[in-house]
Design a protein around this ligand. Structure first.
Ligand SMILES: Cc1cc2nc3c(=O)[nH]c(=O)nc-3n(C[C@H](O)[C@H](O)[C@H](O)COP(=O)(O)OP(=O)(O)OC[C@H]3O[C@@H](n4cnc5c(N)ncnc54)[C@H](O)[C@@H]3O)c2cc1C
Length: 447
């Protein structure tokens, strides 16, 4: 026997996604069942929104996920290092286990537990986005009543664990090995895949940095799981334990929320500056779980011969304290140059709207907005920028916004801290002159 699907089916495909043995498929009029494959597990029945699925005469016992051994709350709960009796290095005082009583999980992914965040470090400096993700991960972990862990690879990185705890992590999984001194896809992927297979996290978040994106895609491929790239919003459905990763799609015209229903871990890369880091709590502690890497330099295909740092401005735009951004109102490439002149005096970075980029006045790496970079500088100059919503979403969290626009009705004035209504070519040269004098006279210093 197999489940039957009535004419009430609306072909939504939810059952198809849910079936663990791929027995269901979308037919021409409604969902169909391949009776030879159906194992009568009945997982499709409660998910059908129109109650079109029934199992008239069950011939098999209902499959209960993972009965042997029965997952206790403690087994499903984080603290895997203790259960598995792996070497555990504790910091000063391990944080107490969550006091909230956990319900025993019976879903088919009950062996996957915990929210993990990739702590992306280079030369012992943690990328800001990793700390932001600890804040986002904390929120997800609390909703799922589970533990938040950072995982970190590198060499001589012990001192970074305190920062992870201060920003919200309950535990840190660490692989410290000379081979990991510099990022390489090969070594990092092996390390991460090994600890994922051993500890089975439910959700993993990576910053959409160069390393984070490279690592996440390699790990997703190896673990045969899904990955949502460049996420800008994160939430979780605590009932279904599904990560809801949203990102702009179709050129930014819609926001798509992407789910990974049939594979674990659920993974996403997240853009920098779109999540907020928690206020750090110095002195907060947690568990450190050390794991070995198990590869030697001589066995590797790649060698790092030299590191050449890209010091171009685009690398710094999302970290800049001051940004001078120009828009189509500057007329042409020559007019756009006043942004560089003002930026030069202030030690600022230059940004742009999409229209300025499309006009060819500046490279697309400098585009601020929905389909560009999200920035949160202390001061954002918006010069000849109308303030389209797609631009605003990328800069509205700047501390001070100074808008210069000759149209008093331009929407940019609605988000500006200070609005200057007038011609940029008259105003900006005065500003450059005034700032130059102030800098020379020591009245202002670069931030
Ligand atoms: C799917 C999608 C995604 C998008 N993503 C982005 C994005 O990531 N980033 C982005 O920026 N845009 C994005 N856009 C484009 C966005 O909708 C706007 O078209 C764009 O931001 C407008 O750029 P602008 O302000 O430079 O030009 P305009 O809208 O043409 O505004 C020029 C402004 O300059 C003023 N002005 C003119 N002359 C002067 C002067 N001499 N002095 C002072 N002010 C002057 C005018 O009053 C006007 O307000 C996207 C659009 C879509 C549909």
């Amino acid at each position: 026997m197999a489940v039957t699907i009535s004419a009430a089916c609306i072909s939504c495909g939810t059952c198809v996604d849910t079936c663990p043995v791929s027995a269901l498929y979308l037919g021409p009029d409604k969902c169909e069942v391949d009776a030879a494959k159906c194992e009568e597990c009945q997982e499709c029945i409660p998910v059908c929104p129109t109650e079109a699925i029934t199992l008239p005469n069950p011939t098999k016992k209902k499959i209960e996920p993972k009965e042997e051994p029965a997952p206790t709350a403690a087994a499903a709960a984080p603290a895997p290092a203790e259960e598995k009796k792996e070497p555990v290095a504790q910091t000063a005082a391990a944080i107490p286990e969550k006091e909230t009583k956990k319900e025993q999980r019976t879903d088919r992914f009950a062996d996957h537990e915990g929210v993990w965040v990739f702590i992306d470090q280079t030369d012992g400096k943690i990328a800001g986005v990793s700390l932001e993700l600890l804040g986002a991960g904390r929120r997800l972990a609390d909703k799922l009543n589970t533990q938040l862990s950072g995982f970190m690879l590198g060499h001589n990185i012990d001192s970074l664990t305190d920062t992870c705890f201060a920003y919200g992590a309950d535990a840190v999984y660490m692989i410290d090995d000379p081979v990991l001194k510099q990022y390489r896809s090969e070594t990092y992927m092996k390390g991460v895949v090994d600890i994922c297979n051993k500890y089975k996290p439910e959700i993993i978040l990576y910053g959409a940095t160069t390393n984070g994106k490279d690592l996440a895609s390699a790990v997703a491929t190896d673990l045969a799981t899904g990955l949502t790239a460049d996420t800008t919003m994160l939430d979780v459905d605590p009932e279904k334990r599904l990560l809801e990763a949203s990102r702009p799609a179709f050129g930014g015209n819609i926001m798509a929320t992407i789910l990974c229903k049939n594979h674990r871990p659920q993974m996403a890369t997240v853009r920098s500056k779109v999540m907020k880091a928690l206020e750090p709590q110095p002195g907060r502690t947690g568990k450190v779980i050390h794991e070995p890497l198990g590869i030697h330099e001589k066995d590797l295909q790649t060698r790092v011969l030299e590191i050449v740092r890209d010091t171009t401005q685009r690398m710094k735009l999302d970290e800049a304290h001051i940004i001078v951004a120009g828009g189509k109102g500057l007329g042409d490439e020559k007019g756009f140059r006043i942004c560089y002149e003002l930026a030069e005096v202030l030690g600022a970075s230059v940004g742009a709207t999409r229209d300025a980029v499309e006009a060819g006045w500046i490279d697309h790496h400098y585009q601020v907005g929905q389909t560009g970079i999200t920035v949160t500088p202390k001061i954002y100059f918006a010069i000849g920028i109308s303030g389209a919503v797609q631009h605003i979403v990328g800069m509205q969290n700047s501390e001070f916004i100074i808008a210069i626009n000759k149209d008093p009705e331009a929407p940019i004035h609605n988000v500006a801290t200070y609005s200057i209504v007038g011609d940029a070519f008259e105003i900006v040269p005065h500003m450059i002159e005034a700032f130059q004098k102030a800098v020379n006279g020591g009245e202002i210093a670069y931030v």
